[in-house]
Design a protein. Structure first.
Length: 180
């Protein structure tokens, strides 16, 4: 049996950092006018007007009329106008583990606590993952234990994450020794 530390070298696993550290992940740091509208609880057209008037800073996608608002600018705007930050104020060092293996969950949770100041949540079903994502939001990563899942479940989870999370997989056929 492969030892846990050799299978899953925590020094090489990229634990989620803050959103600002994901320089190449535009889906995490820039928002569409529709996304901003949901956060602000206004119509997308209102967000476009804020953008066009210069009250909300951002940029247009070259060759289109689409607008993008960087996360930092959105937070600044919300604070200036006394609006709640919602999921933006939550700790970004949050990870969800989808696994039915209680020993693995416990071992990874302990490792996460040692390596990262953040929150680690466990879900046993894809439905639970969806509920945690919709209720709590603000997760930086999703770790999926493929053992015990069917491909359609994995596909629906990845599709549901919509590029908003970093996703790591524990492959089928791997045996994990969790003590030691």
């Amino acid at each position: 049996m492969t030892s846990f530390s050799r299978l899953w070298d925590l020094r090489s696993f990229e634990w989620p950092q803050s959103l600002e550290s994901h320089e190449d992940d535009d889906t995490r740091k820039d928002s569409t006018t529709g996304q901003v509208a949901k956060i602000c609880k206004v119509a997308p057209r209102t967000v476009s007007k804020w953008f066009d008037s210069g009250r909300l800073k951002g940029y247009r996608i070259p060759g289109s009329q689409d607008r993008r608002i960087p996360r930092e600018q959105l937070i600044r705007f919300l604070k200036e106008h006394g609006m709640p930050l919602g999921d933006l104020e939550q700790d970004d060092n949050r990870l969800i583990l989808l696994s039915k293996d209680a020993a693995l969950s416990s071992s990874l949770q302990a490792a996460f606590a040692r390596e990262v100041e953040g929150q680690f949540e466990v879900a046993e079903t894809p439905f639970e993952v969806g509920m945690k994502m919709s209720n709590g939001g603000g997760f930086g990563a999703l770790l999926i234990d493929l053992r015990g899942l069917v491909p359609e479940e994995v596909q629906s989870i990845v599709k549901g994450a919509n590029g908003a999370l970093k996703i790591a997989l524990i492959p089928k056929g791997v045996q994990v020794e969790t003590n030691g």
